[in-house]
Write a protein that binds this ligand. Sequence first.
Ligand code: NA7
Length: 545
Amino acid sequence: MAQTNSSPTAGQEPLRLDAAVIGAGVAGLYQLHQLRQQGFAVRAFDTASNVGGTWYWNRYPGAKFDSESYIYQYLFDEKLYKDWSWSERFPGQPEIERWMNYIADRLDLRKDIQFSTTIASAHYQEATGRWTLTTSTGQVIDTQFVISCCGMLSAPLERVFPGQETFKGRIFHTSRWPKEEIDFTGKRVGVVGTGATGIQVIQTIASKVGHLKVFVRTPQYITPMANPHYGEAEQAAYKQRFEELRQNLPNTFSGFEYDFENGPWAELSPERRLEILEANWKFGSLKLWLATCPELFTDPEVSEEISEFVRKKMRERLKDPALCDLLIPTDYGYGTHRVPLESGYLEVYHRPNVEAVSVKKNPIAEVVPQGIKLADCTIHEVDVLILATGFDAGSGALSRIDVRGRGGRSLAEEWRRDIRTALGLMVHGYPNLFTTAAPLAPSAALCNMTTCLQQQTEWITSCLVNMRSKGAKLMEASKEVQDDWVLHHDEIANATLVTKTDSWYMGSNVDGKPRRLLSYIGGVGQYKQKCDALTSQGYPGFSMQ
Ligand code: NA7
């Protein structure tokens, strides 16, 4: 195996690898571990100075899981699972980052990770059938396989408004939050964005700032988080379920522990429906969204019924009619984009130091030195500006690398025209490039990420091992298999209400991004079956030579 922990400089001989893994988050760490176990010369690269991926970068106040902690863990090793104990059901970023460090240390992964290294380009070489990767400092890597583990929410939308550079206070994007403590005492703070991130920030800092202005464009349906503390008894209880979780999670609709179990919604009495909705609401997780009934995603009447259930809950908490108008969605259905969990988010707006500013009809025009200027020229003065403005999701991370496949074709250019993949695992024209959390797989959005990333990285490992046993050097998705997958994906996606709503799920948050549901919505279990069938049938539609 190659020694991969030397410190690189430009001008050195290219580093020769079997596999280069881009990213040292949930997918990258496990991919590295698996390939190393299989005896491949592999190194992971990450821009960050430490492991964690999403959980390294998103260290903004209040960042936490929306997945239950005990299902976000890896399930490939019982002892690794059970030797870690969570302090609560939905812990915060510091604890999650500690867990990722625990994984890196326990599996002794650091010696094969090159931190503070950005892969700037990845070019396929027709002559050798290998890839040349170049880092932003000029280091060259010559590798047979490239495995993208760079995450589906890792390309932040940071330059959102003209004039940001003129702002005289500090400006933060949530996913590039500094490591040092930020003191908000007495400060006038503006937050743009009320997605899952904005909500976590807002509910966390409201009591710490002098004055908070939240600029609201699209209101969100919320679901309250029930977040009990875990002592030894609770930890022992969930650990006991290891085998059950390991068996079940990969076969559910969304990779969570719950699944649809109520039967056809239309056959339930109104009383029974309400009972289910109340129980799922009280459960305090994403269950209301992901396991009430599949009709929520496809049937406008069911969608409206459940949306109205949530609106009523929100109205009960938001006493002021003006706030109800501003903060309760009416023009799209519950769960047609990501549902955020919250803890006291709505009540924040009752605080005297918090103000919601609607920017729907009067949008933000620019950032000026003293704050935010709206289209009607009103200026909202703030000392600190927090942009919780989201990501170029799914395709963004890979598109920001200059990826060139056969004949110099550019992945970024192709995806600017149309985002197509073969099961979100490969792209036609880019042999030996494997992708995780890429478009058109459940891991692009609709999944408990660790469930899906384990499944994808295991599929990739098994593929590489299969190739090696056959003496094959090159694998590529045919155009036909990719076209078939896109067709299948679109058929399922277009039958849902998700495709009728604007959000990062549809790419509509990025100007000019092709509109397509980023995530496969046929279900995590069904997706796994399709991937497993490819393996067992010898990868039909993929060339292996
Ligand atoms: P999201 O969900 O994409 O949210 C971004 C927010 O920023 C959303 O409220 C946007 O409003 C708002 N936004 C973006 N640009 C503007 C402008 N120009 N003016 C006003 N408001 C704007 O990102 P998050 O980081 O919250 O969450 C991403 C995922 O991370 C989340 O779904 C979880 O899976 C984890 P809009 O809705 O576009 O009107």
